[in-house]
Design a protein around this ligand. Structure first.
Ligand code: MN
Length: 336
């Protein structure tokens, strides 16, 4: 167990707070393997170990295609959460990631509980009760520690859900450390077989998403800034997926914007190597400046972020590129 004191405090809090309550478990917007896997087991714990009277689960905004595949693999459905009296946020790196549910969560009589492993889980003091540590590589890992601490005998479904979280949050175990690997082995002992769990999850993409990615590639411009390659593009949907695609094509940083009426969604993505060597965080240094200039909402992690603001797509891209020039201390040279 990485942080016994954190797990013990979380256990005490859930014991005290969730008995007889209508509890809602909420992921970050779009969801991902870690947030959904952690939510799946937390939901079981709340019902069976912490005696919540009802547990509902949802993903803010629209679940991504990958999230939908994981939901169906785990047999989970999204439910309304508005009438819950205790909100638990899992894997939510910034409150903006609650999208339209932010108000509902903040209006709740009980302070929401946050379980997360991101670096920047600073929620302005007392707005949420935080059980966070970036020593954990996945929220699923915190939930595994909690489940074992609470004395739960994990079901096969629990083990699969937690495996998915750890697998994807460590870039398919490529950056897993010793503790995470030990946990994965524990799950393997419970009968988790990666090939079985991952079948159908690796290649989930519908045609509209494929087309969005291909269009983003066709419309791409790219620049060299201080030796880094930065790609920009526009596409009306699936900006996050398109940004990921541009990174896999070879960009160090991808900025993909999509405009709907007067609102633009910008997805920012950077290779871990870029983040490590420049210390520029997509979710912090860039999105906060964009929000300052245009208003709107957004946030994320060091290497993945998203912001929604009132401005044209081209204008936002240009501004984001300027910010990168300033941060990197060099002019962008367009590569033709
Ligand atoms: Mn995570």
């Amino acid at each position: 167990m990485r942080k016994p004191e954190l797990v013990a405090a979380l256990h005490e809090c859930l014991l005290e707070e969730s008995r007889g309550k209508n509890v809602a478990v909420i992921t970050h917007w779009g969801g991902d393997a870690d947030s959904i896997g952690a939510a799946y087991v937390l939901r079981n714990l709340l019902k069976e170990e912490y005696n919540a009277s009802r547990v509902s689960f949802t993903i803010p905004d629209t679940a991504t295609a990958h999230s939908k595949a994981i939901l169906s693999r785990l047999g989970m459905e999204l439910e309304p959460v508005e009438d819950s009296n205790l909100f638990i946020l899992v894997d939510v790196g910034s409150l903006e990631q609650l999208g339209e549910l932010l108000q509902v969560v903040m209006d709740s009589e009980k302070k929401p509980i946050l379980i997360d492993h991101h670096l920047h889980c600073d929620y302005g003091g007392s707005m949420v009760r935080q059980f966070c540590s970036d020593e954990y590589q996945a929220t699923a890992e915190i939930i595994l520690d909690l489940a074992l601490y609470a004395g739960r005998k994990l079901t096969h479904g629990d083990a699969e859900a937690l495996f998915l979280g750890m697998y994807y949050d460590t870039a398919r175990l490529s950056i897993a450390d010793e503790e995470t690997m030990m946990k994965v082995c524990q799950l393997a002992k419970m009968g988790v077989k990666p090939a079985d769990v991952l079948i159908g999850l690796e290649m989930v993409m519908d045609e509209s998403e494929r087309i969005a990615r291909l269009k983003a590639a066709r419309r791409m411009s790219f620049y060299r800034i201080a030796g880094w390659l930065v790609a920009t593009s526009t596409v009306s949907a699936f900006q996050t997926s398109a940004a990921r695609a541009l990174i896999s094509l070879g960009a160090h940083v991808a900025l993909v914007a999509g405009q709907e009426n007067d609102e633009t969604t910008l997805s920012l993505r950077a290779q871990p190597e870029f983040v490590r060597r420049t210390a520029i965080s997509m979710g912090d240094a860039l999105t906060s400046r964009i929000r300052e200039k245009y208003g709107g909402t957004g946030g994320g992690h060091a290497s993945v972020a998203r912001v929604k603001c009132r401005a044209g797509a081209e204008e936002v891209l240009e501004y984001a590129l300027k910010l990168l020039e300033t941060k990197l201390g060099a002019k962008a040279q367009q590569v033709s």
